[in-house]
Design a protein around this ligand. Structure first.
Ligand SMILES: *[C@@H]1O[C@H](CO)[C@@H](O)[C@H](O)[C@H]1NC(C)=O
Ligand SMILES: *[C@@H]1O[C@H](CO)[C@@H](O)[C@H](O)[C@H]1NC(C)=O
Ligand SMILES: *[C@@H]1O[C@H](CO)[C@@H](O)[C@H](O)[C@H]1NC(C)=O
Ligand SMILES: *[C@@H]1O[C@H](CO)[C@@H](O)[C@H](O)[C@H]1NC(C)=O
Ligand SMILES: *[C@@H]1O[C@H](CO)[C@@H](O)[C@H](O)[C@H]1NC(C)=O
Ligand SMILES: *[C@@H]1O[C@H](CO)[C@@H](O)[C@H](O)[C@H]1NC(C)=O
Length: 631
């Protein structure tokens, strides 16, 4: 699972690293599959000249298109916009409701259990009720140490009950079916026991002042120690695996015991293990062999270059590093461009090379891959397109894409096709607004780029008109929504038209007005006549629109709901309301109780819930309260 997540992260990084990092694979522009035969993601399609990017996780036949989306594990496809949305934590597979924020889990990751369509962490819940009493007793015992609150993910689940059956070393399965940490340095099987100390620890009957005073522990017949009677204490020497309070008795691999038996000292770097002195080696690192307790470099190796990975005691090499071949116990570097060879022939070439009669020939310039027989390119490096050579149109060559082309005619580098939102102009692909200020669409009239449409109708201003004098766009006067060369034709909100000019309304928050009076107010305001003058007054709290007398809301701001002609603040965490404005569905992790959305996992109110779950019984409630208290 971690592996897949890691891969997914790598893939995301690749996506964000931007376009055209494609590897063409069997005539498709695919990301290299991470497991045999499973293609993780189709990145693009081959347009005969280069790879063109699809939307992430999509197959496509057009630029940034999406014919079909298939999301990675832990994600769900939102078909409306063809994107992959992450499932809630712990969900391996989830479904979307009518909106993106309604999710229900179908299957959980390891360490999680499906409860009412949610994935709940196993370490949080799952109570073995028969043992609850014991926990209580442990807790109530004044001599016992407080419950530990360090937990680990369960190592093995019982397939029939989906409860945890095995914990990692140094953890035990507690009364709540959690993997709880044993006391420091201790290997234990249940609360209150210490079977033995881990490497690097020694057993001390008196752990620390607190437990010494309590002195409640007793040694059991089987050699277990009652929790509190003592503890495992870290060896003084960090490299010792066994020790007494003052001596080390054995050392970690890579260290040897000094003569005084007080300290573990490091072996020489070429030794994996040594005895009695740093150079008295008993096993060696890769690339070395053992002779008379010394580690000696294999043949062909130097401290700077390890050509041989593994050799006989004579130094005769058995296995060489990649890019090397073995001959008579020595390693030699393969010829240029070759990644795998025998002493006479290359069997596999690097990218940018092709195999010909056992040796690697360099591919045609700027190719990433080329034909095995001829060396002519089949795919170019980034920034180059595969096009006919202008001097010999039967020949394909890699030509630099200097004009932003989606496709080129030939190696003269002129474009034949542009990406969407680009216009072909004199063999180059250009964006209208970059060439002509305010221009949204333009055409090539064979001499010039001529604007055919200007940016207008923007409520935030910056409106232009098409100016025939300069084939471009000219900015309208202030307040214009649309204009011609001579006059404004319509005005922005808050302006009125007078003699071809847009004049600002006098009243605040007015949307449309005549010279003196406001006629329509901006959203959230209503018109009210005061002293025979029309003013815009703020609608009641939460309204985005209200009726002309300002008494009744007709629309509400986000987060508010319309009820009894007023806008009241909505139900927090609600995802969907019914027609009377009562919450119908809550967001993921929340459940509807008495018309409000409450958290599904709530220690204080004591229940686990989900779509169909019932509140927990009081027994479980006690346990949950207990956990909460102890945490
Ligand atoms: C061994 O001890 C040294 C300090 O004496 C320490 O830096 C090193 O990390 C230790 N190695 C291990 C494996 O604990
Ligand atoms: C190397 O260690 C061995 C014990 O494994 C010992 O018999 C021998 O004397 C040591 N050699 C040296 C040079 O310390
Ligand atoms: C290994 O050590 C023994 C005894 O010291 C010596 O006779 C022998 O020549 C050594 N071998 C090598 C290859 O150095
Ligand atoms: C290459 O290997 C073959 C067979 O292993 C051997 O007969 C030949 O002598 C080798 N040639 C070189 C140059 O090492
Ligand atoms: C085509 O031929 C001309 C004249 O020989 C040469 O200058 C040019 O570089 C050639 N173009 C390509 C793409 O090889
Ligand atoms: C909305 O839900 C409430 C509470 O369940 C219910 O009483 C009411 O009738 C529902 N209204 C509509 C229009 O369904």
């Amino acid at each position: 699972m971690k592996f897949i997540i890691l891969l997914f992260i790598l893939v995301l990084i690749q996506v964000s690293n931007q376009t055209q990092q494609f590897t063409r694979f069997k005539n498709q522009c695919n990301f290299i599959p991470y497991q045999n035969n499973i293609i993780v993601q189709i990145w693009g399609y081959w347009n005969q000249q280069q790879c063109i990017q699809c939307q992430p996780w999509c197959t496509c036949t057009e630029y940034m298109g999406c014919t079909q989306i298939s999301c990675p594990i832990g994600h769900v496809a939102y078909q409306k916009t063809k994107i992959c949305i992450p499932c809630p934590k712990g969900c391996k597979e989830c479904k979307l409701g009518y909106e993106m924020n309604i999710k229900s889990c179908q299957e959980c990751e390891d360490g999680y259990q499906l409860i009412g369509k949610m994935c709940v962490e196993l370490t949080v819940f799952q109570i073995r009720t028969s043992q609850l009493k014991e926990v209580y007793m442990v807790y109530n015992n004044p001599y016992s140490q407080p419950l530990n609150n360090k937990f680990a993910i369960c190592q093995e689940l019982d397939s029939s009950t989906s409860l945890c059956s095995k914990c990692p070393d140094n953890y035990f399965l507690n009364e709540f079916n959690q993997c709880e940490q044993c006391p420091t340095g201790c290997i234990c099987s249940q609360r209150g026991t210490c079977l033995y100390c881990m490497d690097g620890y020694f057993y001390s009957p008196v752990a620390n002042e607190n437990t010494a005073i309590l002195n409640a522990g007793q040694r059991l017949q089987s050699g277990f120690y009652q929790y509190g009677s003592g503890s495992c204490v870290k060896c003084k020497d960090p490299n010792a695996t066994q020790c007494t309070p003052s001596f080390s008795s054995s050392c970690a691999q890579g260290y040897y015991m000094n003569n005084a038996q007080t300290q573990c000292e490091p072996c020489n770097v070429e030794c994996i293990a040594c005895k009695t002195s740093s150079d008295n080696c008993s096993s060696c690192q890769n690339g070395y062999y053992l002779q008379n307790s010394s580690c000696i470099l294999c043949n062909s190796n130097t401290l700077l270059e390890m050509k041989c990975l593994n050799c006989y005691q004579s130094g005769y090499c058995l296995q060489c590093a990649t890019n090397m071949y073995l001959s008579k116990g020595q390693c030699f570097t393969c010829s240029e461009g070759c990644v795998q060879c025998t002493n006479t022939t290359c069997t596999m070439c690097d990218n940018g090379y092709y195999l010909k009669s056992g040796s690697c020939q360099i591919c045609a310039q700027n190719s990433q891959y080329c034909n095995d027989e001829t060396g002519t390119p089949t795919q170019c490096i980034q920034g180059y397109l595969l096009v006919p050579d202008i001097n010999n149109t039967n020949n394909l060559i890699c030509s630099q894409n200097i004009n932003n082309c989606m496709m080129m005619i030939n190696s003269d580098q002129l474009c034949s096709q542009c990406y969407p939102n680009y216009v072909l102009f004199q063999g180059t692909c250009v964006q209208c607004q970059q060439k002509i200020l305010g221009c949204t669409a333009c055409v090539d009239n064979n001499i010039n780029l001529v604007c055919s449409s200007c940016s207008s109708n923007n409520q935030n201003g910056n409106n232009y008109y098409l100016d025939i004098n300069n084939n471009g766009c000219t900015l309208c006067n202030q307040g214009c929504l649309t204009c011609s060369a001579t006059a404004c034709n319509s005005c922005l909100n808050g302006y009125y038209l007078q003699n071809g000019q847009c004049v600002e309304c006098q009243q605040q928050a007015c949307k449309t007005c005549t010279s003196q009076t406001c006629q329509v107010c901006q959203p959230g305001y209503y018109l009210k006549s005061i002293d025979s003058q029309n003013n815009c007054m703020l609608c009641p709290y939460g309204c985005s629109n209200c009726n002309p007398n300002g008494q009744q809301c007709s629309e509400c701001l986000p987060g508010f709901i319309l009820r009894n002609n007023g806008c009241t603040i909505g139900t927090i965490f609600c995802a969907e309301y019914n027609d009377s404005g009562i919450c119908k569905t809550c967001m993921y992790g929340f459940a509807l109780r008495n018309n409000i959305c409450v958290s599904c996992i709530d220690f204080t109110s004591g229940y686990v819930c989900g779509e169909n779950a019932e509140p927990c019984n009081s027994f479980i409630l006690i346990a949950i309260l207990l956990i909460q208290f102890l945490n």
